[in-house]
Write a protein that binds this ligand. Structure first.
Ligand SMILES: Cc1ncc(C[n+]2csc(CCOP(=O)(O)OP(=O)(O)O)c2C)c(N)n1
Length: 191
């Protein structure tokens, strides 16, 4: 399965949520479907999308936070899984697209290539309880619905092909995206 297919399936469900993505291919695939003000593409800071998502989830209990992550990024910040398990905000859904690759910087193999490292097992070992590993679009959709309908922190490790967009480039740069995202959160807090 391709990450773009999963993101396409997810896209209509994201309007009422706050979404944080990693940089590069994943961000581009979401952006290409049409930017929305509730999307924050964390450029450059590899590994930290989950930490930002965790912070948002803990401080905004009325919001549902979705993090779109990558295997390389999670491997760079494995401690995030233990911190998530410890604080366990029920409004956080952490989706890890595991393509076994550092795709956005040339497609180098990551440690999950050929099943060497099992991120779902690491997440469970870190203390996370709702962890699902999926490798079909159907199972991905089911796991997402289950996560969105539930009220416990969920991790979905989606095994995807190491393919991405055929172009990179956004009209929206990081500072502007960050300011607008923060403003949107402030507005929503007043509701
Ligand atoms: C600290 C740091 N190191 C390296 C990079 C360069 N970099 C940007 S994206 C990326 C690969 C990310 O891999 P993954 O999270 O698996 O996502 P994918 O690109 O495969 O979608 C790398 C190495 C960076 N942005 N920050």
């Amino acid at each position: 399965m391709k990450r773009a297919e999963c993101i396409g399936m997810l896209y209509p469900e994201l309007d009422d949520k706050l979404v944080v993505t990693i940089m590069g291919a994943c961000a581009q695939e979401l952006y290409d479907l049409g930017h929305k003000e509730n999307f924050f593409y964390l450029q450059h800071a590899m590994g930290l999308a989950s930490s930002i998502g965790l912070g948002l989830a803990m401080h905004l209990p009325k919001e549902r936070i979705v993090v779109l992550d990558g295997d390389g990024s999670v491997l760079m910040n494995l401690g995030t899984l233990a911190t998530m398990a410890r604080y366990r905000p029920g409004n956080l859904v952490h989706i890890i697209f595991d393509n076994g690759s550092l795709l956005s910087t040339g497609g180098f193999d990551s440690h999950t290539t050929s099943g060497i490292t099992d991120l779902a097992a690491i997440a469970k070992g870190a203390g996370l309880e709702r962890v699902r590993s999926v490798d079909s679009v159907m199972d991905f959709g089911e796991a997402v619905i289950e996560a969105f309908n539930g009220d416990d922190l969920s991790v979905i490790v989606a095994k995807v092909a190491a393919v991405g967009p055929n172009h990179y480039g956004m009209e929206l740069h990081l500072p502007e995206n960050a300011f607008r995202f923060k403003r949107l959160i402030s507005e929503r807090k007043k509701r």
